[in-house]
Design a protein around this ligand. Structure first.
Ligand SMILES: C[S@@+](CC[C@H](N)C(=O)[O-])C[C@H]1O[C@@H](n2cnc3c(N)ncnc32)[C@H](O)[C@@H]1O
Length: 302
């Protein structure tokens, strides 16, 4: 079931081959577009072929909101923030009151925060719609290269008047997007492109200073093959056969190495979390981000 060529390919994939370097493009391959085009009509069926993405949505929204919230700094001198783990040290009443004070200040600050978001490879908008509904979102621009999928996204968004003026979908390659964004998201998409480094490079260019790039993809290892292809596509059939290709998976270390090499002084990896699907619990985070699916948040500094 694993072609020999794929097994031989278990070396760094994030840097383009000589052929793909010549293309230097963020475009999608015809095979991928054909594949996603077939899934467009059932994109919003929560029990259909994209069920696994629907189930993943809350986990990724939790991850995004947790990371953005952690970035809110309390500067008021009347708020005491101990420089140690106060919850283990103080009696619960005192630590609870410190926590309430900090959380209240963060909430107050968040009232004034509004993010412009670019969602790359937005598909039918499962993540983009929910991002647009968050109180701290000003506007979401979703881009994708599968026409039928963008149509499905537009049709679905029209059903919710609350999304009016907060969400736009475009059939547009990443390198043609103009402007900069506070948050750039790229979920479950990098493993479908031929030259992931080009997506990272252009995504980074679209990020404002202090902005955050959020991505999720799949480590290239045999555990991922077993869980996402063998079990996911062939045994449990929660993902359509042919969705994934082990040779296109990207190790979390490769993403980090790419940033170290190309953006050595302008990035901080804020967090990397492994995520796994448990048939009866949905998607859960864990601390082993080098195996299977993972989420990553990278902040632009300077
Ligand atoms: C698995 S879906 C993920 C959709 C969405 N991000 C989500 O998680 O709900 C992958 C999407 O990436 C899109 N895609 C693939 N290659 C792309 C590229 N080079 N540029 C933009 N979108 C691309 C596909 O058309 C498809 O809609």
């Amino acid at each position: 079931m694993i072609p020999r060529r794929t097994l031989n390919n278990l070396f760094s994939r994030i840097e383009p081959s000589l052929t793909s370097l010549r293309l230097k493009s963020t475009s999608a391959s015809k095979d991928e577009i054909d594949h996603f085009q077939e899934l467009a009509p059932t994109w919003w069926d929560v029990n259909g072929p994209q069920r696994i993405l629907h189930l993943m949505n809350n986990s990724r929204l939790d991850f995004i909101q947790r990371i953005t919230r952690q970035g809110v700094k309390i500067t008021e001198s009347d708020t005491y923030i101990p420089g140690f783990n106060y919850k283990d040290f103080f009696p619960s009443q005192i630590s609870q009151s410190i926590e309430n004070d900090i959380e209240g200040k963060i909430n107050a600050k968040l009232q004034d925060v509004k993010y412009d978001v670019l969602d790359i490879g937005c598909g039918g908008g499962i993540l983009a719609e929910c991002l647009a509904r968050l109180p701290n979102t000003r506007y979401v621009t979703g881009i994708d290269l599968t026409p039928e999928v963008i149509d499905a996204a537009k049709v679905h968004a029209r059903k919710d008047p609350a999304l009016d003026g907060k969400l736009e979908y475009r059939l547009q390659p990443l390198e043609e997007v103009e402007g900069t964004f506070d948050l750039v998201t790229c979920f479950e998409m990098l493993e479908h492109v031929d030259v992931p480094s080009e997506i990272l490079r252009h995504a980074w260019m679209r990020l404002k200073p202090e902005g955050i790039l959020f991505l999720s993809t799949i480590n290239r290892d045999l555990v991922s093959w077993f869980t996402t292809i063998f079990m996911g596509e062939y045994v449990l059939k929660v993902v359509p056969v042919g969705t994934h290709h082990l040779s296109k998976y990207i190790k979390s270390s490769e993403v980090k190495d790419w940033f170290k090499k190309n953006e050595p002084k302008t990035h901080i990896v804020l967090d990397t979390k492994g995520v796994m699907y448990r048939p009866f619990n949905g998607w859960v985070e864990h601390n082993c981000a080098d195996i299977g699916n993972y989420f990553m948040a990278i902040k632009k500094i300077g």
